[in-house]
Ligand binder design. Structure first.
Ligand code: ZN
Length: 272
């Protein structure tokens, strides 16, 4: 079995830490570099449910997309929910490693996995300067409603489901996709001249302005759902590395839905 330090070196080659944004907090949160790793669990969020899953699975390493402490901390006391995560990880000899914006900008990265989940053909990055997002082509033109239905069918189910802005009957040939929050990418989406944009966390004003300006279709999935396909992509990458080294790692992808939204209700009628 490889040591944790050997596994991390391979993960750092996939998602170089120096490609993370300045404000980000990527890398190993806890774990002994000399500990042996036999079982790895990939997940989007390093939350208690994922730690519990890793414990029952007998995992030695969790690889998460989101940081545990994005803004640093002065305490890991177990009375705090994040401190509890750290305590449970250390007590159970489980390491935690984070690949966040360095996984977004990698090739393949988070948005390649999102495009792959929908069977879209990637033609290049949405933001060439940093590699964020992807421009994709559809094999056959479809309506915005059909494209949204494809997203609903291919992404894991969440309470939010898929929200659509724009004319459901408009024709979609080229799309931009970006896993995670896509609010900041509207300028790049407009510059790319695509028909639709699949992402998450879109807000009222940017959506209102974007759809008033041009006939752009917007497809908004749950943040977690747009990033979950990366876990499967990353697990396959680590599996291939394990085969190459003869490590015999057991690599798992968590199917626990850690999207924080838990239910969805539609009001029965318009205001009167
Ligand atoms: Zn995210």
């Amino acid at each position: 079995m490889p040591r944790l330090s050997e596994v991390i070196a391979e993960l750092d080659a996939l998602w170089p830490p120096d490609r993370a944004e300045q404000w980000d907090a990527v890398g190993t949160v806890c774990g002994d570099p000399d500990a042996r790793v036999g079982r790895v669990l990939f997940a989007v969020d390093p939350v208690q449910e994922i730690v519990d899953e890793a414990v029952s699975l007998g995992a030695d390493l969790i690889v998460a997309h989101h940081p545990l402490y994005l803004r640093g901390t002065t305490t890991v006391a177990a009375g705090h929910f994040k401190g509890r995560v750290v305590h449970d990880l250390i007590k159970n000899d489980i390491a935690l490693h984070v690949a966040h914006t360095n996984a977004d900008t990698a090739d393949p990265g988070v948005s390649d996995a999102l495009a792959g989940a929908l069977d879209l053909r990637v033609t290049g990055p949405l933001v060439p300067e940093n590699g964020l997002g992807r421009i994709c082509e559809l094999d056959h033109p479809e309506t915005l409603a059909e494209f949204a239905a494809r997203a609903a069918a291919r992404l894991p189910a969440t309470a939010q489901g898929i929200r659509v802005a724009g004319d459901p009957g408009m024709t979609v040939r080229r799309v931009a996709v970006s896993g995670g929050s896509g609010d900041s990418l509207f300028d790049a989406v407009r510059a790319a001249g695509v028909d639709a944009f699949l992402t998450s966390d879109l807000r009222h004003h940017p959506v209102s302005e974007a759809t008033q300006r041009t006939p752009l279709g917007l497809v908004d999935a749950a943040h977690w759902a747009t990033e979950w396909p990366w876990c499967e992509q990353a697990a396959a990458q680590l599996d291939a590395i394990s085969d190459r080294h003869g490590w015999d790692l057991r690599v798992h992808v968590s199917k626990t839905v850690t999207d924080p939204w838990s239910s969805h209700h539609t009001s029965p009628g318009a205001p009167n």
